[in-house]
Write a protein that binds this ligand. Structure first.
Ligand code: 5AD
Ligand code: SF4
Length: 439
């Protein structure tokens, strides 16, 4: 048999990309590749790119430029670009950077083995179509290796919301849900391989409407069905849009024990004028009412969010409305960004807020959010929560895992093994994690 070839994958961006990188490595496994941690000894380098941040494409080009030396030393080295920058730039990548052999968009990963065969024939390969098929169905013939106890599972991709700042509807395309039977099969397979927690992924995951045994299933229906899988202990999902938080999904937070008390529900801004300009189709008030209903169903749920400061035309009063909303909601964790233009999106054409104003607002916003985050961590002290151990800690006999509320928790416990889900009493909170003892 041929000596295995080595694949180096570098992943940028979201959890969806982390998941996709794993699937790509598995697909190329069928073509004889094993993963390596260093680009220097790789036969193929794959950059799985993200387009959500500013100048994403420029950063990819400069990263590619750094492989020039490697490629000159080993002309057989193959270099590929995947992900959202590949989708957005397409053939332009090969024109601007001739050392690139392969460009593959997020909807075409199942075609990687055929594309790799073309590379072996000395050709270049480009695929940025949006095909009808379920790309993951074709990626299913993977080695049945043991998996870490917490895994991601993509159930939905793309987005039809067209927020005025966002490239996702252009790079990931229209919203598509995977059939429920496929998702359930993949979940059972993961559980057979040692997985105890599954996070359902989608750019707009709560818009899920996959074909089920009796018509389309909602995300809530899918979660209830997944909860029936023996051995699966925890279910999470991300990322959600407020307008798709349906009654059945809220109810599931109240009565489905396996659905964890953590919800990432981005609001982006707190001013109705800005929300309207963002094309968010909800108001600050409707979002706050929604959070109240979710908390009524599951009082201890930890709410997380995304915020953009300095969206075009944002005034100090608009920004203040965002701070007010944050005060009202009280977030347990959050991600916040300065608005940055994405060519081709509507907001890119509008009056921009000066950079120093954006920086100042981001600073104030993050100060408030981190106060709330620390308060949420402090509030855990004295409580007993479930912790799923994921890896050994740095100290002897120490384990690190995630709590039900997605806090990292350190526990000293000689008996513990990776994959154990145990009750832990939280004894202390530090900047980024909690400490506790098994009860
Ligand atoms: N500028 C700043 N932040 C953005 N996000 C998406 N597009 C932009 C942009 N153009 C943020 C949003 C989204 C998160 C994934 O990234 O807050 O929820
Ligand atoms: Fe982008 Fe999310 Fe808005 Fe869709 S809902 S356009 S993914 S920010």
């Amino acid at each position: 048999m041929d000596k295995p070839k080595k694949l180096f994958v570098k992943t940028y961006g979201c959890q969806m990309n982390v998941y996709d990188s794993e699937r790509m490595a598995e697909a190329l496994g069928a073509s004889g590749y094993v993963e390596t941690a260093s680009p220097e000894d790789a036969d193929m380098i794959l950059l799985n790119t993200c387009h959500i941040r500013e100048k994403a494409a420029e950063k990819v080009y400069s990263e590619l430029g750094r492989f020039k030396g490697l490629k000159a030393a080993r002309p057989d080295l193959k270099i590929g670009v995947a992900g959202c920058v590949a989708q957005a730039e397409g053939a332009e990548i090969m024109r601007r950077q001739p050392l690139v052999d392969l460009v593959v968009g997020p909807q075409s990963y199942h075609r990687l083995p055929q594309m790799e065969a073309r590379l072996r024939r000395g050709e270049k390969a480009l695929d940025t179509d949006f095909p009808e098929e379920d790309k993951f169905a074709h990626l299913a013939e993977r080695p049945r290796a043991r998996r870490a106890p917490a895994a991601f599972l993509t159930v939905q991709e793309g987005c039809d919301k067209f927020c005025a700042f966002c490239v996702v509807p252009y790079t990931r395309g229209a919203e598509v849900s995977r059939p429920a039977a496929r998702v359930l099969d993949e979940a059972r397979d993961l559980v057979d391989r040692g997985v105890r927690e599954i996070t359902l992924l989608g750019q707009n995951v709560n818009a899920y409407h996959g074909e089920g045994a009796d018509g389309d299933w909602s995300l809530a229906r899918l979660i209830r069905e997944l909860a029936g899988i023996e051995g699966l202990a925890r279910i999470r999902y991300t990322t959600s849009h407020p307008n798709d938080m349906t009654d059945d999904l809220i109810a599931a937070h109240g009565d489905c024990d396996k659905l964890m008390p953590y919800l990432h529900l981005p609001v982006q801004a707190g001013s109705d004028r800005i929300l309207k300009r963002m094309n968010r189709a909800h108001t600050a008030e409707s979002y706050v009412r929604l959070i109240e209903r979710i908390r009524a169903a599951r009082p201890d749920i930890l709410i997380s969010g995304d915020f953009i400061v300095g969206f075009p035309e944002e005034t100090e009063a608009d920004f203040q409305a965002t701070l007010d909303l944050i005060e009202t909601v009280n977030y347990g964790s959050a991600f916040s960004f300065k608005y940055s233009t994405r060519p081709g999106t509507p907001a890119a054409e509008r009056d921009q807020v000066p950079e120093d104003v954006k920086s100042d607002r981001l600073h104030r916003l993050q100060a408030l959010l981190s106060r709330q985050q620390h308060a949420a961590q402090e509030a855990m002290v004295g409580r007993t929560v479930g912790v799923l151990f994921e890896k050994p800690g740095r100290l002897p006999g120490q384990m690190v895992g995630k709590s039900d509320h997605l806090h990292a928790v350190h526990v000293v416990d000689d008996r513990a093994a990776i994959g154990d889900l145990v009750p832990v009493r939280i004894t202390a909170a530090s900047a980024h994690s909690l400490a506790g003892e098994r009860v």
